[in-house]
Write a protein that binds this ligand. Structure first.
Ligand SMILES: [Zn+2]
Length: 98
């Protein structure tokens, strides 16, 4: 009798949910822009996807970015005031993507 215990097979599967804060769809096709609140409270557009902190995601869609700006969706997602320059930066990235 050398049955192995099934320990380890029950690890909770943590799938990171990456949905656009504006339209709530996941950006499977083109990916999402990641915006991160760093530990010091500053906000960063994280193109590398590697910055540490609380992240929120937006489509490369101007309408989503504009909606997020209008309704302060990123502010809510990150629980911090996102400066307008961040939205400008995201808009520019999305525009260049077109
Ligand atoms: Zn979207």
């Amino acid at each position: 009798m050398s049955e192995q215990s099934p320990s380890g097979s029950r690890k909770p599967r943590h799938v990171p949910v990456r949905t656009c804060v504006a339209c709530r769809t996941s950006g499977q096709k083109r990916g999402l822009i990641r915006v991160v609140r760093l530990t010091d409270g500053s906000v960063l557009v994280d193109m590398s996807g590697k910055a540490n902190g609380r992240g929120a995601y937006l489509c490369f869609e101007l309408k989503c970015i504009q909606q997020a700006r209008k309704q302060k969706k990123l502010d809510r997602g990150l629980k911090v005031t996102v400066p307008p320059s961040i939205y400008d930066e995201i808009e520019q990235i999305a525009t260049n993507e077109e």
